[in-house]
Design a protein around this ligand. Structure first.
Ligand SMILES: Cc1cc2nc3c(=O)[nH]c(=O)nc-3n(C[C@H](O)[C@H](O)[C@H](O)COP(=O)(O)OP(=O)(O)OC[C@H]3O[C@@H](n4cnc5c(N)ncnc54)[C@H](O)[C@@H]3O)c2cc1C
Ligand SMILES: NC(=O)c1ccc[n+]([C@@H]2O[C@H](COP(=O)([O-])OP(=O)(O)OC[C@H]3O[C@@H](n4cnc5c(N)ncnc54)[C@H](O)[C@@H]3O)[C@@H](O)[C@H]2O)c1
Length: 526
C-alpha cells in the first residue's frame, strides 16, 4: 500500500476508535495524536504480512507468505537465520566436530595409528575459522532464499507501537527509524543468554566472562574454564573445551545432571563419561561468589559451597555463563499491542500459535516450552498448513502444537550424544506400571568394532499396550538411533516389532534387536 493510503486508513482507524464509548475515548485520542505525529515524521510502509525476527520459523515463513502472493516484510535486528545458524546449533556442532577429532587423535595409538610425535596440538584460530566459514555459508543460503522469494528485508530492531504496527530502528548505526504495519504479524524473536545475578560477577574482567555466543569467538584455548550451569550448553561446551585442551569445571546446582524429571541412571552414566574425559563436575553448588585476583593466568576466584566437598575456591581463567536463556520480549513493546506474556516474559500462544491479539502469531523459543530448532521449524509448518487450510476453505484438520507434544526429541551433543524422546521418567503418570529395558553400550557390536562403547540404551514400555513410551540413547550417533525408535513410536508399533526387525549388521540400530535381552525392570512412578 502507498504511504498516502496508509495515512488515510490510519486516520479513519483512529477516528473510528475515538467514537467508541467514553472509557475508550481518551486513550484512543492519545494514540491517535501519537500516530499522527509519527506518521508525519517517519517513512511508513504497510504490508499484508510482517515477520519479526529471522529465526527458524520466521525465515521460511516469510518466503512462504510471499509465495502466497502476500506482500511480506521481515525485520531482523542482528543477522538473517537467527540463533541456530549464527550462534547456536550450526557453529557449536561444527566446533564439537573439531573436539571429536582431537579426542580421536589422542586415541589414535589405540587403533594402531601413529603420526608425528603423537602430540595433539589445537589451533583454536583454525577451529574458529572453520566455524565462521560454515556459519557464513549457511547464513548466505538463507539470505539468498529470502531475496529470491522477493521478501522485503529490513535490518533493524522492531518495537510494537500498536496492535498491527511496529517502529523499526535501523541497526546500521545511523539511528534511522521507520514505521511498518501489516494485516498479520508473526513474532519469531527468540531468546538470548541469561545473565545470573552472582555476587562479584561485574567486578571481574568482563572479557573473561563468556556466554554461549562469545565463547565461540575465542582465539586461544582458556587455561581453566569454569562453566556455571550443567544444562545443554554447559555440557556441550564443557566437554568441547576439555577436548580442545582446557581444564574444565562445571558448577551445577542440582544433585545430578539434568532437572528433577531426568532418569538418574542415564544422567549418572553421562556424568561418568564426562568425568572420564577429565571434566570436573561439582553438584549441589550454592552461594557462588566471584572475585578478581592478581593472578595473571587465573584472575577469577570463584567461591562455592558444594554438597559433598564443602566450601571450595576455584581459580579460573574464564567463566562460561550457561544458566538458561531469556525471551527477547523486554524491548519489544508488547504492552503497546496488548500482547500477553507469562511471568517469565514468554509470549502466550494458543495451540494454533495465535497470541491473544487476533492476527498476531508467535513462533519459536519466545513462546516458551522446548527450545529447539526442530520445534521452531514445526511452528512454521503449523502456521503454514493452517494458512493453506483457511485460504482453500476446504475441510481438514487444523494443525496444533498439542498434536506433536509426545514426539519432541532432544539430543545433547556431547560425545557420546544423549538422545531422548518421550516423557522423562519423572514426568510419567504417577501410580501406573511400566517396564524398562536397558543395556550398556558394550553390548553393541558396532561400538566394539569402533572402540566406542561408552553409554547405554534404555526404553520405557507401557505394560498394558506394549507400546514404547520413551527411549534414551547415550551413544555415538545416539540421535540417529533414537530416530529409528521415534518412527516406531509415531507409527504406534509394539516393542516386539523392533526386537524382531532385521537390521543391517553391523549398524548402531542393530542394537534394537538386543535391547530386550538387557536388564528388565517393572516400575511404578511414585
Ligand atoms: C549455543 C546453542 C546451541 C544450540 N544447539 C541446538 C541444537 O543443537 N539443536 C537444536 O534443536 N537447538 C539448538 N539450540 C536452540 C536453537 O538455536 C533455537 O531453539 C532455535 O534457534 C529456534 O529459535 P527461534 O526460531 O525461536 O529464533 P532465533 O533463532 O533465536 O531467532 C530470533 C531472531 O530474532 C531476532 N530478533 C530478536 N529481537 C528482535 C527485534 N526486536 N526485532 C527484530 N529482530 C529481533 C534475533 O536477532 C534473531 O535473529 C541451541 C541454542 C544455543 C544458544
Ligand atoms: N543440543 C541442543 O539441542 C541444544 C544445545 C544448546 C542449547 N539448546 C537449547 O538452549 C537452551 C538453553 O541452554 P542452557 O544450557 O543455557 O539452559 P538449560 O536450561 O539447559 O540449563 C541451564 C542450567 O543452568 C542451571 N542454572 C540456572 N541458574 C544457575 C545459577 N545461578 N547457578 C548455577 N546454575 C544455574 C539450571 O539449573 C540448569 O541446569 C536449552 O534448554 C535448549 O533448549 C539446545
Amino acid at each position: 500500500m502507498r504511504p498516502s493510503l496508509v495515512l488515510t486508513s490510519k486516520l479513519v482507524n483512529c477516528v473510528s476508535k475515538a467514537r467508541r464509548p467514553h472509557y475508550h475515548y481518551f486513550p484512543n485520542l492519545h494514540s491517535a495524536l501519537s500516530n499522527l505525529r509519527t506518521l508525519f515524521t517517519m517513512p511508513t510502509q504497510h504490508f499484508d504480512a510482517l515477520v519479526l525476527g529471522s529465526g527458524q520459523s520466521g525465515t521460511p515463513l516469510a518466503s512462504h507468505l510471499k509465495s502466497l502472493g502476500q506482500s511480506t516484510c521481515l525485520v531482523e535486528r542482528a543477522h538473517i537465520a537467527g540463533c541456530c545458524v549464527n550462534e547456536g546449533c550450526t557453529p557449536t556442532k561444527t566446533m564439537v566436530a573439531s573436539g571429536r577429532v582431537a579426542y580421536l587423535a589422542r586415541r589414535a595409538g589405540e587403533y594402531g595409528i601413529h603420526s608425528g610425535n603423537g602430540e595433539v596440538r589445537v589451533d583454536m584460530k583454525r577451529v574458529r575459522e572453520r566455524k565462521r566459514d560454515i556459519v557464513t555459508s549457511f547464513r548466505g543460503g538463507s539470505e539468498k532464499r529470502l531475496e529470491g522469494a522477493g521478501v522485503r528485508v529490513i535490518m533493524g530492531e522492531a518495537r510494537f507501537t500498536s496492535e498491527k504496527e511496529v517502529l523499526v530502528t535501523s541497526n546500521s548505526g545511523d539511528g534511522k527509524e521507520q514505521i511498518v504495519s501489516a494485516d498479520s504479524i508473526y513474532i519469531n524473536v527468540g531468546c538470548r543468554p541469561s545473565r545470573p545475578q552472582l555476587p562479584g560477577l561485574e567486578d571481574v574482567e568482563q572479557e573473561r566472562v563468556l556466554d554461549s555466543t562469545s565463547i565461540q569467538e575465542l582465539g586461544d584455548v582458556p587455561e581453566h574454564l569454569v562453566v556455571i550451569g550443567g544444562g545443554f550448553i554447559g555440557l556441550e561446551f564443557g566437554q568441547l573445551f576439555r577436548r580442545l585442551g582446557a581444564k574444565v569445571t562445571v558448577v551445577h546446582r542440582g544433585p545430578r545432571l539434568g532437572g528433577r524429571e531426568e532418569d538418574p541412571e542415564l544422567v549418572d552414566c553421562l556424568a561418568d563419561i564426562l568425568r572420564e574425559d577429565g571434566v570436573e563436575i561439582l553438584f549441589n553448588v550454592s552461594g557462588t561468589k566471584l572475585e578478581k585476583t592478581s593472578d595473571e593466568k587465573l584472575p577469577i576466584r570463584i567461591a562455592v559451597e558444594t554438597g559433598t566437598k564443602g566450601a571450595l575456591d576455584i581459580h579460573a581463567s574464564h567463566i562460561l555463563l550457561a544458566t538458561g536463556r531469556v525471551p527477547n520480549t523486554d524491548t519489544l513493546g508488547l504492552d503497546k499491542a496488548g500482547i500477553k506474556t507469562t511471568p517469565s516474559g514468554h509470549i502466550v500462544a494458543s495451540p494454533t500459535l495465535e497470541t491473544n491479539v487476533p492476527g498476531v502469531f508467535v513462533l519459536g523459543d519466545v513462546k516458551g516450552g522446548p527450545a529447539f530448532t526442530h520445534v521452531s521449524y514445526d511452528d512454521f509448518r503449523i502456521v503454514r498448513d493452517n494458512l493453506t487450510l483457511n485460504s482453500s476453505k476446504t475441510e481438514g484438520a487444523v494443525k496444533t502444537t498439542e498434536q506433536r507434544a509426545p514426539f519432541i526429541p532432544s539430543v545433547v551433543y556431547t560425545d557420546p550424544q544423549f538422545a531422548h524422546i518421550g516423557p522423562k521418567l519423572g514426568a510419567l503418570p504417577k501410580g501406573k506400571k511400566y517396564i524398562t529395558y536397558s543395556m550398556p553400550g558394550s553390548w553393541i557390536a558396532r561400538g566394539l568394532e569402533t572402540d566406542e562403547t561408552r553409554g547405554m540404551l534404555k526404553v520405557v514400555i507401557d505394560s498394558d499396550t506394549d507400546k514404547i513410551v520413551s527411549f534414551s540413547a547415550i551413544s555415538v550417533e545416539g540421535g540417529e538411533l533414537m530416530a529409528v525408535v521415534q518412527m516406531a513410536m509415531v507409527g504406534g508399533l509394539k516393542w516386539q516389532v523392533l526386537r524382531d526387525a532385521v537390521w543391517a549388521h553391523p549398524s548402531w540400530s542393530e542394537s534394537l534387536n538386543n535391547l530386550w535381552g538387557g536388564e528388565r525392570k517393572e516400575i511404578t512412578v511414585s
